[in-house]
Design a protein around this ligand. Structure first.
Ligand SMILES: [Zn+2]
Ligand SMILES: [Zn+2]
Length: 286
């Protein structure tokens, strides 16, 4: 895997959890062998990355129109899914003093419904996708909302950089090693993992839906067969990338892996606070 990649993250860089709501699930939905009786709240979330060259939002979680959007999903999926909307990302940003329109871009881990629901709440903000995911969006699967949206500015990027932490290619967003995207196809054709390194040396891996819950990595357990069959376009490819992450976590135990739907992972990230208030953490008291 080689030496750790170097980087010079700017000193006023930061990340903030933007948990917009939850899906009410059980552990067994998230990973093979998980209990069907252990209730789990699956986070529906974005993450704000503050960077002096431009703030990015990784995924949006639930947006303002989730109730209406949800009705467009397949009836079988709706019958096994119940959710609670807390506060859409755009409203959380605004409450914390960020103008949602001033975001530099939204960077998607992939284009499924629960990651893109908030896109229309950020009019004019470019949405960064790989060419493969852009194609997937154009094919308009029934588990994304992108077909419902008008006027979204998708911008494609490529993996011009070399291998990175065990992945074969990379895209260094600002050229300073602070935000590095790697391809991780499988769950969808253009799924990615986004590594964020802070000036403190804290390193996050935003893995999207590579796994639904952290046990996917810690116990090496992929999604249950039926969920895999329904949710992944290429379960084999997803497994390959999961094993890469397992190997990386063994090598870098301090790496904070953040599956989009694991509430526990977001407890390691400060939340947005209203202007003038210090950052708080979610999850500390429960
Ligand atoms: Zn997904
Ligand atoms: Zn998801």
């Amino acid at each position: 895997m080689g030496p750790l990649p170097s980087g010079t993250p700017p000193k006023d860089m930061a990340v903030f959890a933007v948990v917009t709501g939850v899906n009410h699930r059980v552990a067994g939905f998230g990973y093979r062998g998980g209990s069907l009786f252990e209730r789990r709240e699956f986070s529906m979330a974005g993450t704000l990355v503050r960077h002096p060259r431009g703030n990015l939002l990784i995924d949006t979680g639930f947006g303002r129109n989730i109730d209406q959007q949800f009705r467009s999903l397949p009836v079988i999926f709706r019958s096994i899914t119940s959710y609670s909307l807390w506060q859409p990302a755009a409203d959380q940003l605004r409450a914390a003093g960020y103008n949602p329109k001033s975001l530099h871009a939204i960077l998607l881990t992939h284009s499924h419904w629960d990651h893109v629901s908030g896109l229309p709440d950020f009019p004019g903000v470019p949405v960064w996708v790989t060419p493969q995911e852009h194609e997937f969006i154009r094919e308009s699967g029934d588990m994304d909302f992108c077909r419902l949206f008008i006027g979204i500015r998708y911008e494609e990027y490529d993996f011009e950089g070399g291998p990175y932490l065990g992945f074969p290619a990379s895209h260094d967003v600002y050229g300073d090693g602070s935000i590095v995207v790697v391809p991780a196809p499988g769950h969808t054709p253009g799924s990615v993992i986004i590594f964020v390194t802070l000036p403190s040396g804290t390193r996050y891996a935003f893995v999207g839906d590579l796994v639904y819950q952290l046990e996917g990595i810690t116990l090496r357990e992929e999604r249950p067969w039926l969920v895999r069959r329904e949710a992944d376009t290429d379960a084999e490819g997803n497994r390959e990338n999961l094993l890469r992450m397992v190997a990386l976590k063994e090598r870098l135990p301090e790496l904070i892996i953040v599956p989009a739907h694991d509430m526990r992972a977001f407890s390691h990230i400060p939340t947005l606070s209203p202007p003038g208030r210090a950052g708080t953490r979610i999850g500390d008291n429960n």
